[in-house]
Design a protein around this ligand. Structure first.
Ligand code: AMX
Length: 435
């Protein structure tokens, strides 16, 4: 899509100029201090990365180019058959900083449709894996297997100038995003539906076509997928999947290597896998209590038991957020509109009433509120996607939009190889003695 590509290039030139001036005139201005707790404790909160696509506020939650989730739901173009924003629009916004018009998102959807041919060997590679291979493993390997198609890797081998890196990176990113729903749906149908594959419907937008290929043509489900794929896309640069993708990309690995690595980070239970862990937790609780409609007392007892066993309550807590996650709230609003009679949704809301006070009572949890993963599983179960080991793949398809637009920016701005400094225990002890 020429229009998006040239707009992106134009925008990057302005930012490039700004960054150059900033580095020249203010490069030594201090933005943060680092204490030993952060060195040992996962670098929490250290301001040390540059990412244009979104910014996370502990209270207000994520803002994509200044737009909060409720604002996105109001401002981004929608399908004529739904009320939720089209993820194509969010990608455009992240890449350019501008809210696209209806015809621009339709053009982008058409472009992705044209680029969506998955190489045959990727399907053969997926087919060679045992059926019980975790869907995230299949997804990450499928992405890496398409590296054979990388335009960036080919151009780099030919000796392209570093001023032009952004161009083949943009092509890889567009091709990759176009193919992800096809790969994800293929994995889903292969593992859970006897490999009965469903052909793409070219008339549908990116998210609705994904819903169709998964096997559900309900318009409400298609709209859910638009919302889901929008709200999971980005959470600024420091979260594990975004940071991993960026780190790998900073070595000039192409988009396929970088995204595959990012997906491996998303597959961890403290990150994207939490969405599968939440529904497992709810099912285990209902199973043990023996009812679909437990009392508050029964639920509280189960939460306490889980904590006493030294386990976390999945879907609650966050490294940055200090309020209920607006992505949770957006899913709650969707459920209030469409699914409020559903027993499982009621349990999600019951947990929302009970868990925060219990976590607060532990006296150590910095954020007792629900995150994005606390709600999604129960909604998916309602629409027939009950196979929860697949949930993180859905998250991954969405997260690709954010981390890959970031990768385009990184190459356009010539951001360098990431290389923070690590220290050992001896260094820390000496430092303490000296200070
Ligand atoms: N249940 C029980 N204990 C929790 C908790 C939860 N949901 N969230 C935090 N804690 C505990 C931590 O384990 C830690 O305990 P410790 O001192 O004994 O090790 C203590 O509270 C302090 O942790 P924190 O500073 O509040 O959180 P963090 O920044 O270290 O970790 C997170 C953040 C998300 C990993 C953590 O809240 C957690 O494990 N939550 C459950 C898993 C989850 O929902 N992950 C998804 C996050 C969103 C995403 O990436 N998709």
């Amino acid at each position: 899509m020429k229009e998006l590509k040239s707009l992106f290039q134009e925008k990057t030139q302005h930012v490039q100029k700004d960054l150059k001036d900033i580095l020249k005139n203010h490069g030594d201005l201090q933005v943060d201090t680092v204490v030993l707790r952060q060195v040992i404790g996962g670098m929490r909160g250290i301001k040390s990365m540059f990412s244009e696509t979104s910014l996370l506020d502990p209270i207000d939650g994520i803002k994509f180019r200044g737009y909060s989730i409720p604002e996105l739901r109001d401002s981004l173009p929608k399908s004529s058959r739904g009320d939720e924003p089209l993820p194509e629009g969010l990608f455009w916004l992240m890449l350019t900083g501008e809210v696209p018009s209806q015809s621009q998102v339709e053009g982008l959807a058409d472009d992705w449709e044209k680029r969506s041919q998955v190489p045959e060997h990727t399907y053969r590679m997926i087919d060679s894996l045992p059926l019980d291979t975790h869907p995230m493993t299949q997804f990450s390997m499928a992405i890496a297997s398409m590296q054979t198609e990388s335009v960036f890797a080919k151009k780099y081998a030919e000796g392209i100038s570093k001023m032009k890196y952004w161009d083949p990176m943009y092509e890889d990113v567009m091709n990759l995003i176009a193919r992800l729903p096809h790969i994800a749906a293929y994995i889903y149908r292969r593992v859970y539906h006897d490999n009965k594959q469903i052909k793409a419907d070219e008339s549908l937008d990116w998210a609705a076509n994904f819903a169709h290929m998964l096997g559900n043509n309900d318009e409400e489900f298609q709209d859910l997928m638009r919302l889901y794929l929008t709200i999971h896309a980005d959470h600024e640069g420091g979260n594990a999947s975004a940071h991993t993708t960026h780190l790998v990309g900073s070595t000039l690995s192409d988009a396929y290597y970088s995204l595959s690595a990012g997906m491996n980070a998303l597959a961890g239970p403290l990150h994207g896998l939490a969405n599968q862990e939440v529904i497992k937790f709810i099912f285990a609780m209902l199973d043990e209590i023996g009812t679909k409609t437990p009392t508050d007392e029964q639920v509280s007892k189960f939460i306490h038991k889980t904590l006493d066993e030294g386990r976390v309550i999945p879907g609650y807590g966050h490294a940055v957020l200090r309020q209920p996650d607006p992505r949770f709230t957006a899913q709650k609003k969707f459920s209030e509109k469409h699914l409020k009679e559903d027993d499982l949704i009621q349990v999600v809301w019951q947990l929302f009433r009970l868990v925060p006070d219990i976590l607060d009572g532990l006296g150590k949890v910095k954020n007792p509120w629900p995150n994005v993963d606390a709600h999604s599983g129960a909604i998916l179960v309602h629409y027939g996607i009950k196979e929860y080991t697949f949930y993180t793949v859905l998250f991954g398809v969405s997260r690709a939009l954010g981390v890959l637009s970031n990768l385009c920016w990184a190459r356009a701005l010539g951001l360098p190889l990431e290389r923070p400094k690590s220290v050992n225990l001896e260094w820390i002890k000496n430092y303490i003695t000296e200070n």
